[in-house]
Design a protein around this ligand. Sequence first.
Ligand code: UDP
Length: 457
Amino acid sequence: MEQRKGRRLVLFPMPLQGHINPMLQLAQILHSKGFSITVIHTNFNSPNASNYPHFTFHPIPDRLDQSDPAMPSNIGSLLSHLTTMCEGPFEDCLRKLMLDETDEPIGCLVSDALFHFTQGVSERLRIPRIVLRTGGACSFHVFAAFPFLKEKGYLPVQDSKLEDPIMELAPLKVKDLPVINTSDPEKLYQLATSMVNSAKNCAGLIFNTFEDLEQSSLDKLRYEFLIPIFPIGPFHKFCPPSLSSLIAHDETCISWLDRQEPGSVIYVSFGSIAAIEQPEYEEIAWGLRNSGRPFLWVIRPSSVDGVDGLNPGLEERGCIVKWAPQVEVLSHPSVGAFWTHCGWNSTLESISEGVPMICMPCFADQKVNSRFVCDVWQVGVELERSNGLERGKIQRAIRRLFDEKEGEEIRDRMLHLKEKASLCLKQGGSTFQSIGGLADHILSLESLTFSARESTV
Ligand code: UDP
């Protein structure tokens, strides 16, 4: 590990699994470049500090109590709540850290892009701010186009136009736009545009992606954003997400996978937020059973509305767990396909481990990711949920991947992408170089902070 003294960074993750994992993985990457790491985090979904004895953690209040009936019940209102409630406590905490003469000065703040208010805080405290966007460059480019999409009438999304192509953002269709079903679409529109505008005004933008995968989206962003952009993924190759998991991984599924034929298992997981309805659960259960293939299905507690017990006979062919060690699962030789909601971490983990996908996006950026997986990289098949999930459609998607020529071609393309994901990490590879560029960039920002320390606090 490179050792450089006086390089303290403050990281501020959004407290959701798909955001905490990449932020703490980024922390490990930066630590390996000689930076010391301080994490400011909410009490809600707080990371397990004991897994990171080499980092310092500071909790801030967020006025979220999971037992409180007034707890935001959906992802849209949770995001709004967090972006409203965290600003004051975050600023107080950061100010105190900056005042602490016993610790080394802070070189830079690294904030989740969704915490757009950190722009104002960093300006007031005169500390440089870099942003981590935990989603892909492909969907971020679409968020950046929101004002244009609104002007052209694509947003807000109208049911009668769902199948319309968006020529300016081909191959996307209106139904792929990264929105969340909510009673207040304007609020989410504002959140997305604030995220993009505050990212445009930061000192650098980090993506958990790699150049060869998203070059075209990255190029478009580089053209529109006048700040340095660092694609330094796939992050999970630097450290396991198990350290930052909010739920304990059930490792028993690995010994179950050991007993299956190579490439035979369908791994099914819809991430940490997406939920399914009871009739969908029944169709998935029957679709998997009827496919005749072994499956490993992650059913998070409370992720299926209205289901108490498992569908009878389900465990004869499958293994069911509440939370899986996903990266270990995807890299297991028995796994032949990943039926996923296309969260960005899952998408990138699948690509890096070379596992073809059955894409069933649920909301937000997942829909853009799915379109790129199926139509741009062509390493997965689409399974539409919106017109009703039905066992015949599920069996058909599974057959396409496992039994048809199309599946073979998908597998070949996926192996090619996996190879690229591995090459970018090697010396001279794009991620390897970009990490070096990021470390140098952060160091070049420092002079500003050192001179600002006295004047700020
Ligand atoms: N994950 C896991 N075990 C599971 C399912 C998911 O460890 O059973 C991890 C997965 O590896 C990924 C993260 O949780 O890093 C989910 O992030 P993603 O962006 O895919 O989806 P989200 O949960 O944000 O919808």
